[in-house]
Design a binder for this molecule. Structure first.
Ligand SMILES: NC(=O)c1ccc[n+]([C@@H]2O[C@H](COP(=O)([O-])OP(=O)(O)OC[C@H]3O[C@@H](n4cnc5c(N)ncnc54)[C@H](OP(=O)(O)O)[C@@H]3O)[C@@H](O)[C@H]2O)c1
Length: 228
């Protein structure tokens, strides 16, 4: 894949929602070509128009999830865990040969502040099983609250754990993390995604316990320049 971000198209499936919209706007602002996807092409177009209004420029396009996945170099999945399997199955052939970034946190209502480990051990591992070995699945962004992402000028003071089995794909995703204003930390193979996914309910518990919004994580002991 081209290293010049102006030549890289990022599709955010579920980019009409809270987490995906903040990421999409931050990436568009930083120079990536960004498409948001939805189950409903009209909703995607209308949300894209709303986000372009906030950005003050026509930087984001909104189309159906399937078209977004077809046109992308990197596909980012930001849908609730309930919709995870069905959304992946709907774009299974379109994502072949690409990097797929899974942001999903497995959750079991009604207790969103209690860790839920899914049958496949991690949502990201379930993703890999659904899309197959032809897709480079990388897991990231589970511990970054949408509350921070939507404040576009605000530097998010959290680290992002990036896990995956393809080193080159992880490097591309660390660049995406940096473009969104955070530090990406290579946290090992995709099997380690279970740790990042499980941290989110813990952070939601901390938010409530300490009456804060958007608690996050910061890894100590590594210099900013050696995060990769
Ligand atoms: N919100 C956060 O602060 C945060 C932080 C870290 C990680 N995450 C994770 O990021 C993912 C997205 O979170 P979110 O808060 O952005 O979710 P959301 O706003 O509730 O939903 C995101 C999008 O997913 C699509 N969607 C919703 N229900 C669906 C269904 N039943 N079937 C298919 N698509 C459906 C919708 O898009 P269309 O209707 O346009 O198709 C929706 O706009 C989740 O896995 C969450 O755990 C969220």
């Amino acid at each position: 894949m081209n290293d010049d971000k102006m030549m890289v198209t990022v599709a955010v499936l579920g980019g009409t929602g809270k987490e995906g919209s903040g990421l999409a706007m931050r990436w568009a602002q930083s120079g990536y070509r960004v498409i948001i996807g939805s189950r409903d092409a009209e909703r995607a177009a209308s949300k894209a128009a709303e986000f372009n209004g906030i950005l003050g420029d026509t930087l984001i396009e909104g189309v159906h999830n399937k078209e977004a996945a077809t046109r992308a170099d990197i596909v980012v999945l930001t849908v609730p865990y309930d919709a995870h399997k069905a959304t992946l199955e709907s774009v299974q052939s379109e994502v072949q040969g690409k990097i797929l970034v899974d942001v999903t946190v497995p959750m079991q209502p009604p207790d969103f502040r209690k860790v839920f480990v899914p049958e496949g051990k991690a949502a990201a591992l379930e993703t890999q099983a659904i899309v197959g070995a032809g897709v480079k699945v990388v897991s990231a962004f589970q511990n970054v609250s949408a509350v921070h992402l939507k404040k576009l000028e605000h530097e998010v003071a959290c680290d992002v754990l990036v896990t995956g089995d393809d080193e080159d794909a992880k490097t591309h995703v660390i660049h995406l993390v940096e473009a969104a204003g955070m530090r990406g930390v290579d946290a090992g193979p995709l099997a380690n995604a279970v740790a990042a996914e499980a941290l989110t309910p813990v952070l939601l518990y901390i938010n409530k316990k300490y009456s804060v919004k958007g608690a996050g994580i910061h890894i100590t002991g590594i210099a900013p320049s050696v995060a990769e």
